[in-house]
Design a protein around this ligand. Sequence first.
Ligand code: ATP
Ligand code: MG
Length: 440
Amino acid sequence: MTRAISLHDVSKTYTRGVRVVDRLSLDIRPGEFLVLLGPSGCGKSTVLRMIAGLEEITEGRLLLDGEHSNDLLPSERNMAMVFQNFALYPNMTSRGNIGFPLRVEHPGEDPRPRVDATARMLGIEDLLDRFPSQLSGGERQRVAMGRAIARHPSAFLMDEPLSNLDAKLRNHLRAEISKLTRELGVTTVYVTHDQAEAMSLGDRVAVLRGGVLQQLDSPRMVYALPRNVFVAAFIGTPRINLLRGLVRAPLDGAMTISLGKQFLRLPEPLSLDHQLLRVQQGREVIVGLRSEAIRIAKHSSARPGEVALTGLVEHVEFQGHEILVHFNTGSQPAVVPDLEAPRPASRPPRRRGGPTVLERLRDRAGALRAGPVVVMDDPAVPTFTEARLPGDLVVRTTPDIELRHGMQVPLLVDIAHLFVFDQHGERICPAPARLPDLEN
Ligand SMILES: Nc1ncnc2c1ncn2[C@@H]1O[C@H](COP(=O)(O)OP(=O)(O)OP(=O)(O)O)[C@@H](O)[C@H]1O
Ligand SMILES: [Mg+2]
């Protein structure tokens, strides 16, 4: 029986009152493939381990098929976990490894029929008599999957199961995992920090940052309507262009968003989303432009809804089927912290007597907010003249265009694809579906 997994306001605190998972609520439907996505250290494995029962839940409730399950032993949850590092018993053959949980759980039964059926499903019949040291990484991971599948668990919990494999094998096994879990119809929670993997596998993707859920949606929605700058920047390659802008909405003239040396003129009549931007008059915002929103073309060839910019070619990245052109448009990129956070350094050793009250409060407040999703006034942000990054705007184009460093190139921006985020990094254009109740 595949099962529904629900987390209600689940938090995890390891030490010193720091919440590494902060009031997380998720309803995972039976048979659903849910991906937990986020940068290193954001709490993905901790969430998975709490679902598995390997880690205690500090606060909140875990419901399995609607039943309160915080205190169930891992063995009572009937879930199978697959880890990054294969974790096979080195002294057992593949057959022994796949059959091991069956022998433990059903001591009187012959595990062979189930092991054989599982091996057929995974195409590893030829490998059953080999030891792990005689298998490649991909083969080992298949055996590990076999061990999880053979038990007929009610849920799969997978923690970056493919990250030790090379890119080709990863793509191949990714497709296999997707096919298998769908065929078996078993609820799957899959952890990864690879957005492409998340997008290709998940029915829904839960994006985490600093232990806080940022968005839970289908891959299509997290890409098309990211709730904030962090989600927008974490999902999609090349990364969305995020530029600091200033809204200018004079009563008697065209509405524009200034980008430093140039501006985007919003086409008239203003769309409803752009009309709502009027209230931002005079405020700093963040403009988000995915590379598909921009094309290299003469300004005179603009289609309705396209506005003109000019870019100075800083760098050209040849990718084979396309090129990525890094332009300098004279704007300032916005900084999004935590995007590719390195594995957090270990905390400084504790002083005698433990943390002060002030430290505890600061840690707690920090964990609750997980910090701003965007930095607008960071002095470290390079300005137009001293930009060290190659350009501020990346545009994708076909490889037949001849572009050289230092060329001034006309660009057209499709305003229908414009994202605007407020100073806190929350998306304000397109407007969030549920507008705040104006009467309150
Ligand atoms: N046993 C522990 N004791 C104290 N802190 C821990 C423990 N396990 C994890 N942490 C901390 O909790 C946070 C979340 O860790 P977790 O392993 O869940 O992150 P993750 O998202 O899986 O990261 P990665 O992508 O690197 O695997 C990190 O800051 C980590 O240092
Ligand atoms: Mg992890």
